[in-house]
Design a protein around this ligand. Structure first.
Ligand SMILES: Nc1ncnc2c1ncn2[C@@H]1O[C@H](COP(=O)(O)OP(=O)(O)OP(=O)(O)O)[C@@H](O)[C@H]1O
Ligand SMILES: [Mg+2]
Length: 250
């Protein structure tokens, strides 16, 4: 499999505090790559550097074989980013939100209309296309956020904790959609601190803590690093053993 995204010593410092520390990850085409880590691990900062929202202090990101910051025009349009903080506008209708984001990529006219409906249908919101986003539930807003990021048909989809604070039904819907997008050809980066989600959908997982990647592998490989009999250990315990921390407090 070909490498689609590679970070080279990617580093971010805020006031001399290193929040992403010499990150070297390599993601292959067709993967659902999970980035798993507790609050403050540096996951969102990493995603924001990949998408050119935060400037790296050091290092770079190669996407489809080229430095992303040196080829923004060509490459940023091939990325779809679903940020942790909702990026939709409450005073716009659902379809207008999707229009706003999709048109940024130069899609116009009949094709734009088609993409808007297709994206809304994909997230199960076509019937609500004329409703204002501010009238939506948390789960519906998350789904609309996804619709806004897929209209330009990106090769790589980056989800930053898309299931936080939503009902189980919307959550399962989003996870199924991520798997479907992947089957349809998109490579996916999935950031979360929900172990069970990462285990359910990701083909490979990187464990991140304090700005560093501690280990990378399939769920089975990560378990093997800690215990020979992998049936005797959960990924939650692997994390605790590797970092001395609980992934989240219940
Ligand atoms: N703009 C900023 N200025 C200063 N510090 C920042 C800034 N953005 C993030 N940080 C710090 O960087 C660290 C990593 O934050 P980040 O949001 O990347 O973590 P995360 O892994 O996404 O956490 P969460 O699971 O809570 O979303 C945190 O300590 C955070 O306080
Ligand atoms: Mg985050």
């Amino acid at each position: 499999m070909q490498t689609i995204l590679k970070t080279n010593d990617l580093t971010k410092k805020y006031d001399n505090k290193v929040v992403v520390d010499n990150l070297n990850i390599e993601i292959k085409e067709g993967e659902i790559f999970g980035l798993l880590g507790p609050n403050g691990a540096g996951k969102s900062t990493t995603m924001n550097m990949i998408c050119d929202i935060v400037k790296p202090t050091l290092g770079n990101v190669e996407f489809m074989g080229k430095d992303i910051l040196k080829n923004k025009k060509e490459l940023l349009g091939k990325l779809g980013y679903i940020p942790q903080d909702l990026a939709i506008h409450g005073n716009l209708k659902a379809w207008e939100n999707v229009e706003l984001f999709t048109s940024l990529y130069g899609i116009k006219g009949a094709e734009l209309k088609k993409r808007i409906d297709e994206s809304l249908e994909y997230v199960g919101l076509l019937e609500k296309k004329n409703d204002y986003a501010k009238t939506f539930s948390g789960g519906m807003k998350r789904r609309l956020n996804i619709a806004c990021a897929i209209g330009h048909h990106p090769n790589l989809l980056i989800f930053d904790e898309p299931t936080v604070g939503i009902d189980p039904q919307s959550r399962n819907f989003i996870l199924e959609k991520i798997k479907e997008s992947n089957k349809n050809g998109a490579t996916v980066i999935y950031t979360s601190h929900y172990m069970e989600e990462v285990e359910a959908i990701c083909t490979r997982i990187a464990i991140m803590d304090n700005g560093k990647i501690i280990a990378t592998g399939t769920s089975e490989e990560l378990k093997k690093m800690v215990k020979a009999d992998t049936s005797q250990i959960t990924l939650e315990e692997v994390f605790l053993t590797m970092t001395g921390k609980k992934l989240r407090d219940y």
